[in-house]
Design a protein around this ligand. Structure first.
Ligand code: FE
Ligand code: CA
Length: 499
């Protein structure tokens, strides 16, 4: 049965009185696909979720699921296998931590329950930390508002030769918005666990998203829309009561953990979940994955409840006590930079880091929700980057639904190079705004809106190359892809080349 028709009747599940029936497994219990993630040189997480026939039903009981991982596509040379338990408490999701694998090679995996096999997924371990790695390639993706377009970009991403996908937030959207929608969310804004689970099930019913997960391991962080638009720490613009909002955040974090290929150690505890982490890829790259949502200070000058969240003349913005990462994560990041030894450091985070002054006529104006709302925290992060013994750092981001290349500066010196990889579907800002930002902020070397896709980051010892890959139209499920722009960065010489 096709998942899109399978979900067609899902509107009913938003009725609050709806009983959650216990039901047999679906004829295709793996209808949300399979996924893998968190690749190290010897380990990976394998993911799936068992479904009942209707998305508002919970499969009955505690279900043993067989998993296998093999060295070949035909799954003849099985190297590890076992049984995992799916239970209602975690929405019958599985997070199998496979260990003892060989570094830097592909593997294929599948699950089986009650005689029914999942699709076969392909994944890949990272190279050994001491290995000399000639080249690596990552996709950089974010912001896949389901209503605003089809996931043709993700299907093309599935076909790229990648070491991993870096997904930097807005995997689901809490809100419905935008023009010319191609499909609709079922129901309204999720606030409780069941509603967040159903939103993930809707997104993951998309075949192209499933293909991108089944083709590559994913390394993920979140942004705001996995919980609610523009939240900061324990405050939501939609619900300024912190106690009530933290209950929603706990539900949202649990649903995120359940639906991502993340290890059991990351399971949330109430409204807290440690998501930041490091990933080593041989001598060539180290990824520092950040969480700039959970621990950040509230918006400056009470901007949370204002539309647009633009700050002008706000002294509080500059307060050095303001934090984006929280003290603990900030110290963890600085420590990682001090000990960095790979050729390329990749700071994998949510949003545009470079200053983007949008003021006019001698005024300065900054967006409260981005790094511009936290300039002292940004300066501390870039100081840690600048003093690292491994000098070559790329900052990779998303969130702003547009493509950017920027020089990141401290005291007029370029210390890192930034790329923002557009959005898979989410609608971007007006072209006039992007042009005004480029004119006013010379360190913003390239900006482009009104087009969707992802970034392709190719690293070798002599250069980092970034290509912006874009689909012709998110309204066309079969849209072709092409390269919008290409950039390069040389070791020892931070800054955008080719803009
Ligand atoms: Fe977004
Ligand atoms: Ca966002």
């Amino acid at each position: 049965m096709h998942r899109r028709s399978f979900l067609a009747g899902a509107t009913a599940l938003w009725l609050p009185s709806m009983a959650r029936a216990q039901a047999p497994l679906a004829a295709q219990p793996f209808g949300l696909g399979v996924a893998s993630g968190q690749p190290s040189a010897t380990s990976l997480v394998l993911w799936t979720r068992l479904m009942a026939e209707e998305p508002w039903e919970t499969p009955a009981g505690v279900l043993p699921v067989r998993w296998e991982i093999a060295e070949d596509e035909g799954l003849r040379k099985i190297v590890r296998s076992g049984e995992a338990i799916a239970e209602a408490r975690w929405a019958h999701t599985l997070h199998v931590e496979v260990e003892g694998l060989q570094p830097g090679r592909p593997y294929w995996y599948r699950f089986t329950v009650q005689g029914k096999a999942s699709p076969v997924g392909r994944t890949r371990t990272a190279p050994d930390a001491r290995a000399r790695v000639p080249a690596l390639r990552f996709a950089l993706a974010s912001c896949q508002q389901y209503e605003q377009g089809y996931y043709a970009a993700l299907r093309h991403m599935a076909a790229e030769a990648l070491d991993a996908v870096l997904f930097v937030g807005d995997y689901i959207y809490d809100i419905s918005w935008g023009r010319d929608l191609v499909r609709r969310h079922d129901g309204g804004r999720p606030t409780v666990l069941g509603e967040f689970r159903e939103r993930y099930a809707l997104y993951k019913s998309d075949r192209d998203l499933q293909a991108a997960h089944a083709a590559h391991p994913w390394i993920v962080t979140w942004d705001d829309h996995e919980v609610t638009d523009d939240y900061t720490g324990d405050i939501s613009p939609a619900d300024p009561d912190p106690a009530r909002f933290l209950a929603q955040r706990a539900a949202a974090y649990q649903a995120f953990w359940e639906h991502m290929p993340l290890p059991n150690a990351m399971q949330p505890r109430g409204p807290s979940m440690r998501l930041h982490g490091r990933h080593r890829f041989g001598d060539l790259a180290e990824l520092h994955v950040l969480d700039d949502r959970q621990y950040r200070s509230h918006h400056a000058c009470r901007a949370t409840l204002t539309r647009g969240k633009i700050l002008t003349g706000c002294e509080e913005r500059l307060d050095p006590a303001r934090t984006m990462l929280g003290a603990e994560q900030e110290a963890w990041f600085a420590d990682g930079m001090r000990r960095a030894s790979a050729r390329w450091n990749l700071v994998v985070q949510q949003t545009l880091m470079a200053e983007a002054d949008r003021g006019q006529n001698g005024q300065h104006a900054y967006w409260a929700d981005g790094w511009d709302g936290y300039p002292a925290a940004r300066a501390r992060l870039l100081d840690a980057v600048a003093s690292s013994p491994a000098r070559d750092t790329l900052v990779l981001g998303g969130d702003v639904h547009s493509f950017w290349a920027a020089d990141l500066e401290r005291e007029k010196a370029i210390v890192a190079t930034e790329f923002v990889g557009g959005s898979i579907t989410s609608q971007g800002p007006a072209e006039a705004r992007v042009k005004a930002l480029l004119a006013r902020n010379p360190h913003l070397r390239y900006g482009r809106t009104g087009i969707n896709g992802y970034g392709l980051v190719t690293l070798d010892p002599k250069s980092a190359q970034v290509a912006f890959r874009t689909v012709q139209s998110v309204k066309d499920v079969n849209s072709p892809i092409s390269t919008l722009a290409r950039f390069a960065v040389e070791p020892g010489r931070p800054g955008v080349q080719g803009a």
